[in-house]
Design a protein. Sequence first.
Length: 704
Amino acid sequence: MAPLIRLAFRLFLTLAFVIPILSAPTTGTQIILQAGQDGPAPASQRKLHGKFLHITDLHPDKHYETHSSTNSDKVCHRGYGPAGVYGAETSDCDSPLTLVNSTLSWIKENLKDSIDFVIWTGDSARHDNDEKHPRKNKDILAMNRRIAGAMVNTFSDDKGLEIPIVPTFGNNDVFPHNVLKPGPNDILRTYSDIWSDFIPATQRHSFEFGGWFYTEVVPDQLAVFSLNTMYFFDRNAAIDDCASPSEPGYKHLEWLDVQLDYMRHRGMKAILIGHVPPARTSGKTLWDETCWQKYTLWLNQYRDVVVGSMYGHMNIDHFMLQDTKEVNIAGLLGKGAKGITAGEEINATMSIQSSSDYLKELRDDWAKLPNPVILDDKGVDESGKKKHRKDKKKKKLGGKWAERYQLSLVSPSIVPNYFPTLRVVEYNITGIEDSPTWVDTMRASNDDGEVADQRLELRSEPETDFDTELDTELNAELEILKKKKGKKGKKPHKPHDPPELSIPSPPPKKNLPGPAYAPQTLTLMGYTQYFANLTYLNNDFTADQADEDNVTPAGWDAGQHKDEKPKHRKPQPREFAFEVEYDTFTDKVYKLKDLTVKSYLHLAHRIGTASKKSKALDFVDTDDEDEDNEDIEVDDNELEEIDTDEEDLDDDNESDDEYDADMKKGKKDKKKKKRKAAKKTWFHFLNHAFVSTRTKKELKKLAY
Ligand SMILES: *[C@@H]1O[C@H](CO)[C@@H](O)[C@H](O)[C@H]1NC(C)=O
Ligand SMILES: *[C@@H]1O[C@H](CO)[C@@H](O)[C@H](O)[C@H]1NC(C)=O
Ligand SMILES: *[C@@H]1O[C@H](CO)[C@@H](O)[C@H](O)[C@H]1NC(C)=O
Ligand SMILES: *[C@@H]1O[C@H](CO)[C@@H](O)[C@H](O)[C@H]1NC(C)=O
């Protein structure tokens, strides 16, 4: 079954690339002729900048009315109230078209000329939150068409699109929301048309079949894979799981395997994007568990190819780590698949209270993470500083590069549940600075033949030189299962047979560590988070009014101005602009050297230390039982201290002398200091999660 599918995909791949060669010559020849007349080969149309934009969850709402009410029965569609010209910050209302337009205009002015591509992770329609105006399929599609057109305008010059845009579906881009049937279907065909400027011609068939595709955003170097997470999403009532071969999620992962293998053989790397992230805390989940398991396994096998993964949907700024140790191959292969436990589903729109509950769960899960500071035999870490304890961590981490873990970055939204926000990510382009860009190949596609030949290369045989313990374990498990299956003999496939599992080949040793793990060309180096301060820009309220304590416990959030009246009857908005909220290059609390898994593991570990469940402080005074049970509560004075204390509190930056002094002074001080640093990091993370919309008082209420 699985080899057959693989063969079919291979055939499909071949056909997909042959067709365009057959139809291309006319335009190709014309361009060659033109180039010939003007002299030598045309110069590159555009240089790489090593930056790209992540924009997500626009949620434009054509019913939005300025100065309408943000209450749950009015939803910014009617009544009189605080809804500003650019949107009702901190409320559950959707975006006015003015916000979407102003955002795109600002991007065109300020970002367009310094980025290489755009990832756009879905939800370009309003929520179904107004009984008086229920959503209709045709409106959702019309709005998506309109926004797709606006995206093309934003990133075009007079000859057309200048940089590639890679879109993906959101759960609100379909009707009814959350439900997408297996393809091919009308919805996928319609989006194939709406996104005709974005989906490469060679991928259109594949898109109409499953809603997935990839674009070579830096030709022959880097591809962005648009995953259709609707087929992984627990809430999609039209699908079951990723374990049965008839399921679209199963086929999606088969496709991903074939395509990532193809990237590997071309020496290319890939960024994966999707709408619904693989969120999974000990109690909550967004994906079907079998999809999560397979995805995590796939990413482990392709850790030489995948540069990073980026998602939207959740509207809060955060990240998550997938732990390969949680993959249960036996469960995936057999009857166990259904029995793999999954947590409570995370709701589509979470209140600030449930968002912070979710973040607290993440923090508590992170409390169990090992500290990725690796020490050598002499107890010296990478920066050359001597530490006074033995390193037992390396094994726990899955090797020097922490390959046991994978990172998913979640960018917050344009829809102002907090403030509208954008992310510009920087990646390493050393050695590929002068490589032809997407627009070069689009506007001079005369080398189709050559490209196509490379594409006909077939899948190689699996590598057998397993690099890490992890690969060896997985492989051993797989061999045992294969043998068991073999004994049963070849019977005709029955509906109740265990699902098929064909595991992707592990990475060739020479390709490791990959760009997500060690700094190299295409490694993500950092990002800048921009936000638009709507309180300032709408100019309807004074800062004092906005400062009131306002945390709605659950349900509809009418926002921080809910019972207030705008100060001007006639709106007097300021000129729209985004400003920098923070960037990971200079953020003194995050201290992210780059966006590699290990850097994030270090951050997650430090945030986790603020959890009551953390064992990280134990090594300091394991002989002091009372201290271990001490409550990690924060009081007002301490919070002030955390907030105003600019000194570097993290003891990882300590010198030997300081360390020795600490040892003498007693372990108590050190523990206190470390706990304080952890709280500061957690607080900082929470503030960013809510895009700096919350006052200290509000954050304090949410943090503990
Ligand atoms: C925003 O609206 C203005 C006026 O309607 C229009 O000129 C402009 O092109 C729009 N901007 C974008 C990015 O669509
Ligand atoms: C989802 O919503 C339901 C009903 O509103 C609520 O009981 C549940 O706790 C919510 N789940 C989360 C994770 O917020
Ligand atoms: C960027 O990649 C190059 C080539 O692999 C590498 O030498 C360099 O250290 C990387 N730069 C950073 C800042 O990581
Ligand atoms: C947003 O603007 C308001 C009003 O000018 C101001 O009080 C507030 O501090 C600003 N918020 C941020 C995060 O800059």
